[in-house]
Design a protein around this ligand. Structure first.
Ligand SMILES: Cc1cc2nc3c(=O)[nH]c(=O)nc-3n(C[C@H](O)[C@H](O)[C@H](O)COP(=O)(O)OP(=O)(O)OC[C@H]3O[C@@H](n4cnc5c(N)ncnc54)[C@H](O)[C@@H]3O)c2cc1C
Ligand code: FES
Length: 310
């Protein structure tokens, strides 16, 4: 399911390719974009086959142009009727900042591989809490919707730094029986972290079957520690550094109990009570210096052709 187009129109291979409707070798056309904040944006990609195959919990590996690195991004939504796949991206480093600058309707991604990873196991649970923190809010959405479609009572808990960063509240209200919004500064919903929202939900419902949490590792670790004393099954979606996404490179190695697993093929979902989060966070820090240098270098040189240095 990997189609890619030559990048002849832009000349240099460092920009996504422009496309015209009807072109067959156009790569993966971007057909929609919405900016949620100054760092986070949504992209809709025209890809009917991927939209048909995608399941909640899976991800894609995106190559923006033919000089880009491969980056894993969760399938945040898919529309089988429209034939689109939705990604929500947070600009945190060189590649994601470049996507923020260059990915708009009218251009096409050079490569998009997937759907990858094991689909989330949408169990027969009757009552679940679906937790998304920050960017994890987008990937938790298809899981919340799948549980709702499966007949579960769904409590959504979504956390943001402040009210200006909130997105998809309406989508969550449509698939959640209850929605608890948490903000760090109290500008909307409960003041505090998503763990406060979990505690509130557990206090009000003694019959929670399962908790699913997606977000930064530190948040998922805190969620797992909140549910552990209650003995509630807690599934988390891990985001180690991935390279090939096919189990070959070993980059995404994670420690789950006494086992070593590869998040790209054995996950990305795992039992949160078994995950060694400290090891995951250490491994995510391995290339901090190189990432910092790559971003600084890109910022220095990122002006589009014709843009003058001020
Ligand atoms: C299964 C999975 C799903 C993901 N889903 C999303 C998503 O939906 N939206 C989103 O914005 N981000 C998602 N990420 C994280 C995203 O892949 C990284 O933010 C991105 O690769 C960073 O690249 P960069 O060049 O912009 O930043 P860099 O400066 O290179 O890295 C910034 C940080 O991102 C992480 N990172 C870097 N390279 C990779 C890599 N190849 N694989 C994984 N993490 C990396 C590291 O923690 C690093 O410190 C996901 C990661 C995984 C593994
Ligand atoms: S990304 Fe290479 S083994 Fe998982």
């Amino acid at each position: 399911m990997h189609r890619q187009g030559p990048n002849t129109e832009t000349g240099g291979g460092t920009q996504p390719r422009k496309w015209r409707p009807g072109e067959l070798d156009a790569g993966f056309p971007i057909v929609g974009r919405e900016d949620f904040s100054d760092t986070t944006f949504r992209l809709d990609i025209d890809h009917p086959v991927m939209a048909k195959a995608a399941r909640p919990g899976q991800f894609v590996i995106v190559v923006m142009h033919d000089h880009s690195e491969r980056i894993p991004l969760t399938i945040a939504d898919f529309d089988r009727d429209k034939g689109t796949v939705t990604l929500v991206v947070q600009a945190v480093g060189k590649s994601t900042c470049e996507m923020q600058q260059l990915c708009h309707p009218g251009v096409a991604l050079y490569g998009m591989v997937g759907p990858m990873g094991l689909p989330s196991h949408v169990s027969g649970a009757k009552k679940v809490i679906c937790i998304g923190g920050g960017l994890g809010v987008a990937p938790i959405f298809p899981q919340a919707r799948a549980f709702k479609e499966g007949g579960a009572y769904v409590i959504g808990v979504v956390g943001f730094r402040n009210r200006d960063l909130i997105f998809w509240e309406d989508k969550f209200r449509q698939c959640c029986d209850e929605l608890i919004i948490c903000t760090d500064d109290g500008s909307a919903g409960i003041k505090g972290l998503v763990t406060k929202g979990i505690e509130q939900a557990i206090e009000q419902h003694s019959d929670i079957d399962e908790v699913i949490a997606i977000g930064p590792p530190i948040m998922m670790k805190a969620c797992a520690e909140t549910t552990r004393p209650h003995g509630i099954k807690t599934v988390v979606s891990l985001n180690p550094i991935m390279v090939d996404g096919t189990g070959m490179c070993g980059g995404c190695r994670v420690k789950i109990g006494d086992r070593i697993m590869f998040a790209c093929v054995d996950g990305p979902d795992f039992d949160g009570h078994d995950v060694d989060f400290d090891d995951l966070m250490n491994r995510l820090r391995r290339f901090k210096e190189e990432e910092h240098l790559a971003l600084a270098h890109w910022k220095e040189n990122c002006r589009r052709p014709g843009q003058e240095r001020s």
